[in-house]
Design a protein around this ligand. Structure first.
Ligand SMILES: *Cc1c(COP(=O)(O)O)cnc(C)c1O
Length: 217
C-alpha cells in the first residue's frame, strides 16, 4: 500500500476520533525491507522511520542520513544494555526502555554525551513472559525511577498480544500514561493503527502496510 493510502487512513481515523492528523506521528518501520523500498519513501519526503535492531540500523541509517536531511530514527526493538551506547548515537528516539539497569545506563551515557534520544517506557500490557516491557503493576514505580534519573521521558509504548483485541491494551496503556502525566503513546501497527488512533496514539509504528511483507532470508 503506498504511503499516501496509509496517510489517508490515518487522516480518516483522526477525523472519526476528533483528532488532528499532525498529532499522530507515522513511524515507517523499515526493518528487513530492501533499501530500494526505503529510498522510495525517503524520495517521497517521508523522514520518520523505525528499526528494531541496533546492528541493522547501524548498517543503513548513517548512510541515509548523509543523503537525506531531517531523518528521525526510532529504535523500537528490545535493547541490550551493551548496545545502549550505539543505540543512543544512532537514534532520535528509543521506545523500549523496560528495566532499571537500562535506565541507569542510559542516564550515565546521557551525562557523558550531553544528549539523549526521546524515551518511551515499554509496558508489557499482556503480561506475556516472552515479551519485553515492564509489567503494568510495576509501571508507576519505574516511571518515577526514570524521571528521577532526569531522562527525557516522552511516553509509553506497547505491543499487544497477537491473539487479543488490541483496543483493550491500548486503553490500558493510555490509562497508565494519563495517571502518570505522560502524553506520548506509541501504539498501533499495520493491523490496528486506526484503533490505536481512536484510543489516543501519538506515535504509530507501521511496517508492512507501507512497504509490503517482510521477507526474511
Ligand atoms: C515490526 C514492528 C512493527 C511494525 O509491524 P507491522 O505489522 O509490519 O506494521 C511495529 N512495532 C514493532 C515493535 C515492531 O517490531
Amino acid at each position: 500500500m503506498p504511503l499516501a493510502d496509509v496517510q489517508a487512513k490515518i487522516d480518516a481515523a483522526c477525523d472519526t476520533a476528533g483528532r488532528q492528523p499532525q498529532d499522530v506521528e507515522l513511524i515507517a518501520v523499515s526493518k528487513v525491507q530492501p533499501n530500494d523500498r526505503v529510498v522510495a519513501i525517503l524520495d517521497e519526503g517521508h523522514r520518520i522511520c523505525g528499526e528494531n535492531k541496533v546492528q541493522e540500523a547501524a548498517g543503513k541509517w548513517p548512510d541515509f542520513r548523509t543523503r537525506y536531511k531531517g531523518i528521525k530514527l526510532h529504535l523500537i526493538g528490545p535493547l541490550q544494555t551493551n548496545k545502549a551506547r550505539q543505540a543512543m548515537e544512532l537514534a532520535d528516539a528509543i521506545h523500549t526502555l523496560d528495566r532499571p539497569k537500562l535506565a541507569k545506563t542510559l542516564a550515565r551515557l546521557a551525562q557523558e554525551q550531553g544528549r539523549c534520544p526521546d524515551l518511551f517506557v515499554q509496558v508489557n500490557t499482556g503480561e506475556e513472559p516472552q515479551k519485553s516491557g515492564i509489567l503494568p503493576m510495576e509501571a508507576d514505580a519505574f516511571i518515577a525511577e526514570v524521571r528521577a534519573l532526569d531522562l527525557p521521558l516522552q511516553g509509553l509504548m506497547c505491543i499487544p498480544p497477537v491473539d487479543e483485541e488490541p483496543s483493550l491494551h491500548f486503553a490500558l496503556l493510555a490509562k497508565v500514561a494519563e495517571r502518570n502525566g505522560l502524553t506520548g503513546l506509541s501504539m498501533g501497527m499495520s493491523g490496528d493503527f486506526e484503533r490505536a488512533i481512536a484510543l489516543g496514539a501519538t506515535h504509530i509504528r507501521v511496517g508492512s502496510a507501507i512497504f509490503g511483507e517482510r521477507v526474511y532470508s
